[in-house]
Unconditional design. Structure first.
Length: 218
């Protein structure tokens, strides 16, 4: 039976549209090898304590970008200015990872995106530690309290990660700022490794953006 040219064309369009969606949605795991190597017992990247802001509605993306800019360029950028500039947003300011990447690039921050959904928990921890050792903050997409949420990883010690988390509890003294967990030498939120990996594993939507991360550098 002869297949009509229009059927072939439609099939090709559907195929390429599906592949494009999978690529845009970062459905494919990154091809990286993570080997156990010695690292510091603890390491942290300095974030200005004046920037420990509590985010406005669904603006975790630009607030996470603010932290990266301060760490890498020592600049203080208003998170609300960044929120007005970020693109790739949908209903109620929900932001695709592409919007976070484009905003970082607009401020001369280099980025590499990764998907680590095929790695073990120990490999994920090792990989994040290696990037912090290189001086590279990492923005990741986690899920907490049923919310997709961007946070910036700033450091680690023998038991867990230190983050800048714009959803950290508000400070009673200044509700525009957050409290800081006692174990943090940088940032405001501390998570034991296993707890953090569980949150990261839950991030993303179905097959899209699972264990998504953006490594940031100059």
């Amino acid at each position: 039976m002869k297949i009509k040219p229009t059927v072939i064309i439609i099939s090709l369009i559907i195929f390429f549209a599906a592949v494009s969606l999978l690529i845009f949605g970062r459905a494919f795991p990154s091809r990286i090898t993570i080997k156990p190597i010695p690292h510091e017992i603890s390491r942290s990247l300095p974030l200005d304590a004046d920037l420990l802001y509590r985010q406005t509605l669904n603006n975790c993306g630009p607030y996470s970008v603010m932290a990266v800019i301060n760490i890498l360029k020592n600049d203080k950028i208003s998170p609300e200015l960044l929120a007005s500039e970020i693109q790739w947003r949908i209903y109620k300011n929900l932001t695709f990872p592409r919007g976070v990447i484009k905003l970082l690039n607009a401020y001369a921050i280099k980025t590499k995106e990764y998907i680590l959904k095929n790695k073990t928990g120990d490999e994920k921890i090792q990989w994040l530690q290696e990037n912090i050792d290189k001086g590279f903050p990492v923005i990741v997409l986690i899920k907490i309290q049923h919310i997709q949420h961007y946070v910036t990883i700033l450091g680690y010690d023998e038991n867990g990660f230190m983050l800048y988390d714009s959803l950290q509890k508000k400070s009673s003294e200044n509700t525009r700022k957050t409290v800081t967990d006692k174990k943090c030498r940088s940032g405001n939120r501390y998570y034991p490794y296993e707890e953090f990996i569980d949150l990261w594993d839950a991030g993303g939507y179905k097959i899209f953006f699972r264990n998504w991360a953006a490594v940031c550098s100059l």
